[in-house]
Design a protein around this ligand. Structure first.
Ligand code: C2E
Ligand code: CA
Ligand code: CA
Length: 728
């Protein structure tokens, strides 16, 4: 599968690289074409001119050969009006007219005479040094020198500039007053007097007005064609780039806000973070979400919702630094941001500040926003020097920010969470629990513990609560506080409830058959379970299957469960009661007020939350509340159970207030079923020793560190005997 980066690169390459390569190629072709056609034309002209000159010079050589010596020879050759000189074999000049400008620096060429098999030995002129010999031993025109020559005095006035490659060729603007040719001197040598002497004759390559004109026209034509091609190609390339820019803009534009989109965030974000100049900055990847966006759309319209997102976008664009930070709209109501983060606390404050502004986007509404943050630290090498971030996986970083944000998901309130080890730990734990849950159930790794409930006055056993324990071979002993909330979220809790009910029913049945004096055992039923319409029937059937009398099972509902679907709840409670099960309200007094639920729900037992018995004992107000709650329950014909009672004063107080049962460490911790069986046999309360009484209460009312209770090792057990003896 293609990554985002690859898709982007493909789009970019298709539009820009193509035209540019095509342009460069075409320019190279045109350039090479111009160069070779000019070169060919020039050498053709030179060769052509050579022939005439050679013929004239050859005449002179023949005449000199046939003619006399010394002055006669001179007279004869002088008639031709050309410069010449004759040297003997030793190199001594024997005859000369005009200057010898072939000299020693002159280049020698064996030149093939046009249209013949003959070769002429030709020397370039060192004065008007415009001819060169190329690597094929051919005479070529040195454009640069030629242009310079044309520039000299007589041609000074009017020039045509022609540029070939990097060579500047200036040619006279050919008007009437201009001599109708340009002469380029060369020297041609002939062996004369049977090889005794050599005659050098100066020849002139007449480049006439016509030649020059043709030459200039060809150069200009080719140049113009080249220019037109260049312009055409260039406009094509520019249009391509323009189109490309548009495509990329489109590729990066969010259709809802009109701003940047997720692609932009990922691709440009990585560039931003990896930029060398940002290496000294800590950065944070932020996932920001507008809560209840879908609700807003439902109540108003999607168009209104999108308008709201645009407003969020607009506000963000004033808050985010364009040079060193960026943001984009993701899916739905999510925004992704990359912000500078020199200090985590300051960033948190900044985000809260931002959220405060966002909350007030609309006068008629108050919105809530949640942000999750993943911080990217500065990177150092082995020597401790700060180095550039080589690559950042923004998808991964955003995912961290997102999971930090999701830890807030249950609440609708605004908030900011920074991703950290704790969060990773939690996620890993969640993963492990979910991985093992199924097997744990099948392998019966869950154990039922019983926590007795005692009458505070008679100290007699009146009931018990069944509490789950997990002894996992892989995870060790796990307290319910660490897995029940997970199961409640993922729905596995319904299996747990079934498991507990059937196990408790079976235990009760066995104890009953063993002739023990059984008391009702309450089982927790999760709120998630109450969504099922036939819950009461399910419970009844399970208990009937074990053959347990219904009065030995009680169902505990937590207070928060009462908020879901009141009607369905009342219905289930009524059915349960009808089948003969007692129903209790768990955790009464914790969290939200439950007085209202008391009004509507026909419950049998009120369990006062452990929170009532935490905190300052000397506080009279707490006692008043407990006392009134008991009275209220009594008026409603409900029995009361006080949870989490740990000290004797509380037991005495509750006894005096008429509380029916006490479930707390003062009497007993949750214990394995065999220990509970012993308790049933004893029937009487096991009161705590002095050190037990002073043990610090656990704040959340849940004993997370609890070891499986072993009665024989439990001091409370020893105390019992004494208590029992005392009472006897
Ligand atoms: P809960 O139903 O409120 O259970 C009472 C909790 O208080 C138990 O914690 C118990 O060990 C603890 N406790 C009892 N007396 C004292 C005391 O004097 N001091 C202190 N500090 N704590 C005391 P546990 O067993 O850890 O259970 C925690 C919660 O997990 C339970 O709260 C209940 O909500 C849930 N839970 C436990 N077992 C089950 C189960 O089988 N099914 C369901 N659905 N939830 C369960
Ligand atoms: Ca409970
Ligand atoms: Ca409780």
């Amino acid at each position: 599968m293609k990554t985002k980066k690859q898709i982007y690169k493909e789009i970019k390459r298709k539009r820009i690289v193509g035209p540019i390569i095509f342009f460069i190629l075409m320019m190279a072709v045109v350039g090479v074409g111009v160069y070779f056609s000019v070169k060919y034309f020039v050498s053709y002209t030179l060769d052509n001119k050579m022939t005439t000159e050679y013929e004239n010079a050859e005449n002179m050589a023949e005449i000199y050969d046939a003619g006399g010596e010394g002055r006669d020879a001179f007279k004869l050759l002088d008639k031709f009006g050309r410069s010449f000189f004759v040297v003997d074999q030793s190199g001594k000049v024997v005859l000369q007219k005009g200057e010898n400008t072939s000299g020693t620096e002159a280049k020698k060429v064996e030149l093939k005479i046009f249209d013949s098999e003959e070769y002429a030995t030709v020397y370039t002129d060192t004065e008007l040094n415009v001819l060169d010999v190329d690597k094929d031993n051919k005479l070529t025109l040195n454009y640069k020198k030629f242009a310079k020559y044309l520039e000299s005095e007589e041609y000074e006035s009017k020039h045509i500039h022609v540029r070939i490659g990097d060579e500047d060729l200036e040619i006279e603007n050919l008007e009437e007053e201009y001599d109708d040719y340009v002469d380029i001197p060369i020297w041609i040598s002939f062996s004369v007097k049977n090889g005794q002497e050599t005659l050098f004759v100066q020849g002139m390559l007449h480049i006439s007005e016509k030649d020059l004109l043709a030459f200039v026209i060809i150069v200009i034509t080719i140049t113009v064609i080249a220019l037109i091609t260049m312009v055409l190609l260039l406009t094509r390339a520019i249009a391509g780039i323009h189109r490309q820019k548009k495509t990329i803009n489109f590729f990066f534009t969010d259709t809802v806000t009109g701003g940047r989109n997720w692609m932009y965030f990922i691709l440009r974000g990585e560039q931003l973070l990896c930029r060398g100049k940002n290496k000294n900055s800590k950065y944070a990847v932020v996932s920001l979400d507008l809560k209840k966006y879908r609700n807003y759309c439902l109540c108003h319209s999607v168009a209104e919702g999108e308008k709201l997102l645009r407003n969020v976008h607009d506000l963000l664009s004033t808050e985010v630094d364009k040079k060193s930070e960026l943001f984009a709209h993701g899916e739905s109501s999510n925004f992704a941001l990359i912000l500078r983060c020199d200090d985590e606390d300051r960033l948190k404050m900044r985000l809260y500040e931002l959220i405060r502004k966002l909350e007030k986007l609309d006068n008629d509404h108050r919105f809530n926003f949640q942000a999750g943050v993943s911080v990217l630290d500065i990177i150092t090498n082995d020597k401790g020097r700060i180095v550039r971030r080589k690559s950042v996986n923004l998808d991964e970083e955003y995912n961290k920010a997102l999971s930090a944000r999701e830890s807030l998901a249950e609440s609708d309130e605004s908030g900011v969470v920074i991703f950290g080890d704790k969060l990773v730990e939690e996620e890993r734990w969640l993963d492990q629990v979910q991985e093992h849950q199924e097997k744990a159930l099948n392998m019966e790794e869950f154990e039922v513990y019983y926590q007795p409930k005692y009458d505070p006055r008679s100290k007699e056993l009146r009931g018990a609560e069944a509490l789950i324990r997990w002894q996992s071979p892989e995870l060790g002993f796990v307290s319910p506080g660490r897995f029940i909330p997970i199961f409640e979220k993922n729905g596995f809790i319904t299996n747990i409830d079934h498991y507990m009910i059937s196990h408790v029913a079976a235990d009760q049945k066995r104890w009953m058959d063993d002739g023990l004096k059984c008391v009702p055992v309450s089982v927790n039923v999760s709120r998630a379970h109450f969504a099922e319409e036939d819950l009461a029937e399910q419970i009844r059937d399970m208990i009937d299957k074990a053959g347990t009398p219904h009065n030995l099972i009680e169902i505990e509902l937590t207070e928060s469960a009462f908020f879901d679907d009141k009607k369905a709840m009342v219905n289930t409670i009524n059915k349960l009661k009808e089948y003969g099960f007692a129903v209790s309200m768990d955790d009464f007094g914790s969290g939200y007020s439950s007085l209202n639920s008391l009004k509507d729900m026909p419950l049998d037992v009120l369990k006062l939350d452990a929170e009532f018995f935490r905190g300052d004992e000397s506080d009279g107000r707490g006692r008043i509340v407990v006392s009134e709650a008991i009275k209220l329950a009594q008026s409603l014909n409900m029995r009361t159970v006080a949870e989490g009672v740990e000290i004797k004063e509380q037991v005495d107080f509750l006894a005096s207030e008429g509380c029916d049962m006490i479930q707390g460490y003062y009497f007993a911790k949750p214990m394995p079923k065999n220990d509970y069986r012993n308790r049933m046999e004893t029937g009487r309360a096991v009161e705590a020793t002095e050190d037990k009484k002073t043990e610090k209460p656990v704040n959340d009312g849940v004993d997370k560190t609890e070891e499986p209770v072993n009665d024989s090792a439990n001091k409370t057990e020893e105390a019992t005997d004494e208590t029992v003896k005392d009472t006897e």
